[in-house]
Ligand binder design. Structure first.
Ligand SMILES: O=C(O)[C@@H](CO)OP(=O)(O)O
Length: 215
């Protein structure tokens, strides 16, 4: 049975400052670097064979720390990027005008094709995240991949595997450097396809990030 580990990147400067990143970027904080090292400690005996990271800087920084610690290369896949949040990227969450807040709400309340101007819809996010996950099925037998991605992107993936809409990601707390796991099983009796084994585990972290608690 293919087991795929899903890791959100470590805490970033903008996570702390409550600025919207999307496909814009900011670097890991000291705490974010430490979180990535703790993920590496946690997964070092799990037999990870491939690390596949979103191409954004914060995920690659996290992937590099894990890869170096467990002695495995990493590759990038731009389908694992965070949702494109269009014109609101780089903005302070608390500074949005009423109109801007209404764009954000349309994105997360299930409005069909809701998106921030110049941004991406949750359906589009879901489709590319599932395509990236499905690519793991093409890896050699006995592979055990670890994907490094983002809060909304991974939340959307896990939610839709559970049969929930993509915007149900808001009901999942996937903190920085949390580990989730999804397995691909074929069973006549149990569910066939992807199943969620764990979501948002932070038991390996000394200091879980506060950002999701503030959202
Ligand atoms: O883009 C962002 O600001 C957040 C949203 O959840 O995503 P992440 O920090 O996981 O990249």
């Amino acid at each position: 049975m293919l087991q795929v580990y899903l890791v959100r990147h470590g805490e970033t400067q903008w996570n702390v400052e409550r600025r919207i990143q999307g496909q814009s970027d900011s670097g890991l904080t000291e705490k974010g670097i430490q979180q990535a090292q703790q993920v590496a400690q946690r997964v070092r005996h799990l037999g990870i064979t491939h690390i596949i990271s979103s191409d954004l800087g914060r995920t690659q920084q996290t992937a590099r720390i894990i890869a170096q610690a467990i002695g495995c290369d990493y590759v990038v896949d731009d389908r694992l990027r965070e949702l494109d949040m269009g014109v609101l990227e780089q903005r302070d969450i608390d500074s949005l005008t009423e109109e801007e807040e209404s764009w954000r709400r349309r994105l997360v309340d299930g409005t069909p094709d809701g998106r921030i101007p110049q941004g991406e819809s949750m359906t589009e996010l879901s489709q590319r995240m599932h395509a990236a996950l499905s690519a793991c099925l093409e890896l050699p037998a006995q592979s055990r991949p670890l994907l490094v991605s983002h809060g909304m992107a991974l939340g959307c993936l896990v939610s839709t595997i559970l049969g929930l809409p993509p915007y149900a990601e808001r009901r999942l707390r996937l903190r920085n450097c949390s580990i989730s796991r999804v397995d691909y099983q074929q069973s006549a009796w149990l569910a066939s396809g992807w199943v969620v084994e764990t979501a948002g585990d932070v038991s390996h972290l000394d200091a879980p990030a506060l950002d999701e608690l503030q959202r």
